[in-house]
Ligand binder design. Structure first.
Ligand SMILES: C[S@@+](CC[C@H](N)C(=O)[O-])C[C@H]1O[C@@H](n2cnc3c(N)ncnc32)[C@H](O)[C@@H]1O
Length: 274
C-alpha cells in the first residue's frame, strides 16, 4: 500500500492549487465549487458524474454520509452543498486530506464537511455510524475488495445505502499503463463487473441499482489523443494530483475503454434492515 500512498502524495498540494487559482485570476475570497472542479473531482466525467450520483443516492439533509477515498474532497463538498448532508471523507493520502481540509475552510464549509487520513480497510469509526456512504473511483487501488466493502458495511446503519462509481475490468486484459489511478500494474487491481457484483453481495449488501456507464466514459475520453512533445498543461488540473504525464494516462484510459479492457459501473448497494 506504500507505493499507492506515494503515488497520491504530491508536495504542498494546497499551495499549488492556490497558486493555480491566482494565476487564472480567481478571487480567493469568493471561490466556488465550480472554480475547483478541474482539480478536486478526480474521476471520469467529473462534476457531471457527481451530480448524477447525488440524484441516484437520494441522501436527505438530516443524514451523515461517509465518502471513502475522497481525494481532495471535491465530491465530498459537492454532496454536502447540494443536499445539506454532513459528510465525512477519508483518504489514504495525508497530502490530499490536508488540501481537502484547507479547501473546505476556504469555502467556509467546515461545519458540515470533515476529513480524516485513514485506510478504507480500517475505517476509524464505530459500527452502524453512518446513514449512507459513497466511494468514487477508489476500488482500482484496493486489492482486498471484500475487506473494503465489509468495512463500509460495518460502519453503515441497517438500511443505509452505499453508492459506488467504480472502474472495473472488462473482457480483455491486460490494461495499458500508466493510467490516472496507477503508474503501473502493481498499483491496479481490476475485476470485471460480474465478479465485482459478487464481492459486493458477499460483503452482505443487496444490490438496488446497477448501471453500466462505460459508453459515457468512452464518449468523455474519445478526444484524448496520444501526446507528442512538451505538454502545455493548464494552471489547474489533475496533473497537480498525479503528475505531468496526465495526458498519456488519459490516452491510455481511452485505449483501455475502446478495447474493452476497462468498464465503468455505478451501483447502489443496501445494508439490509435487521
Ligand atoms: C482516482 S482518486 C479518486 C478521489 C475522489 N474519490 C474523487 O473522485 O475525486 C482515488 C483515491 O483513492 C484513494 N485511495 C486509494 N487506496 C485507498 C485506500 N486503501 N484507502 C483510502 N483511500 C484510498 C487515493 O488516495 C485517491 O485519493
Amino acid at each position: 500500500m506504500k507505493h499507492i500512498h506515494s503515488y497520491y502524495s504530491p508536495n504542498d498540494l494546497y499551495n499549488k492549487i492556490i497558486d493555480g487559482l491566482n494565476k487564472i485570476g480567481t478571487d480567493l475570497s469568493a471561490v466556488t465549487l465550480e472554480d475547483l472542479q478541474p482539480v478536486d473531482e478526480f474521476h471520469i466525467r467529473g462534476d457531471v458524474a457527481t451530480k448524477e450520483l447525488i440524484k441516484l443516492a437520494q441522501f436527505t439533509p438530516d443524514m451523515h454520509i461517509l465518502d471513502v477515498g475522497c481525494g481532495a474532497g471535491g465530491s465530498t463538498r459537492r454532496l454536502s452543498h447540494e443536499t445539506g448532508c454532513c459528510v465525512t471523507g477519508i483518504d489514504l493520502s495525508d497530502e490530499y486530506i490536508d488540501a481537502a481540509e484547507r479547501l473546505t475552510q476556504l469555502l467556509k464549509m467546515q461545519e458540515r464537511v470533515k476529513f480524516h487520513a485513514a485506510s478504507a480497510l480500517a475505517l476509524p469509526f464505530d459500527d452502524n455510524t453512518f446513514d449512507g456512504a459513497w466511494s468514487i473511483q477508489m476500488n482500482m487501488n484496493v486489492e482486498d475488495k471484500l475487506g473494503w466493502l465489509k468495512e463500509v458495511y460495518r460502519v453503515l446503519k441497517p438500511g443505509g445505502r452505499a453508492v459506488l462509481y467504480e472502474v472495473c475490468g472488462h473482457k480483455n486484459s491486460p490494461q495499458y499503463f500508466p493510467v490516472p489511478w496507477a503508474q503501473d500494474s502493481s498499483m491496479s487491481f481490476l475485476v470485471p463487473p460480474e465478479p465485482f457484483r459478487d464481492i459486493i453481495t458477499a460483503a452482505g449488501f443487496k444490490i438496488e441499482a446497477w448501471n453500466d456507464k462505460t459508453d459515457l466514459a468512452q464518449k468523455a475520453f474519445a478526444n484524448m489523443a496520444e501526446p507528442v512533445g512538451v505538454q502545455n498543461l493548464p494552471e489547474l488540473g489533475v496533473h497537480l494530483l498525479v503528475g505531468n504525464d496526465i495526458r498519456t494516462k488519459a490516452y491510455n484510459l481511452r485505449r483501455n475503454l475502446d478495447e474493452e479492457r476497462v468498464s465503468l459501473i455505478e451501483t447502489v448497494a443496501v445494508k439490509p434492515k435487521l
